[in-house]
Write a new protein. Sequence first.
Length: 234
Amino acid sequence: MTDRLERLTKNRIVCATRPEAQAFLASRMDTRPLEAGSVLYEKSQNFTHAIFPHTGIISLMAEMSDGRSVEKASIGNEGFLGFTYLMGGTDSISRTIVQVPGIASWLTMSDLDEAMQRFVCVREVMLRYSKALIIQLMESVACNTLHTAEQRVSRWLLHADDRLGGADFQLTQKAMSEVLGVRRATISQVCSDLLEFEAIIYSRGIISILNRDILRNHACSCYDRVTEASISTD
């Protein structure tokens, strides 16, 4: 049980609950790998489990009839997948894909119900996170409309670095293109520019953040607003 609980404490939602709630969650959660490109839920698919990432990043995608896509919001170790369930929704609002591989814990919706009924802290932290995710969804509308590809790529990489604790991570230019709704050639040019500025190292689909200050200078202000909303869940 102790080993399982230690693994779960990488998720900030779990960390923000009381010890007795953490022990309950550890006894009910099933921890599995998140594999890049895996579809966790299709749009309108019925939720069977809430998913709590410890490492890795999940994207909620908007997909157009012409095949184009763009990310509505992303979820890392600061949150969980299934927030609409708290508001009475039983289905996923988006096609949900693993963008950066990692590890997550699955909790059945019946166990989630029991956790929220038994532990006030579980419901409170989940509702606070749901508010933060709604802010992220709203910011993404403005960001996708008003900001340049370079600003959006820089913002996304900063959030990834926050979630992964400064570790190198796997993300192809194709995946980045789909996430940001930007042509692959544009993503390639932005990455080349950030390499030249010595903000990142990018080789064979592996990204390392070298200088966050440089990256922040190239990111849009959405980064700060989304980060502040996420911090408020702690």
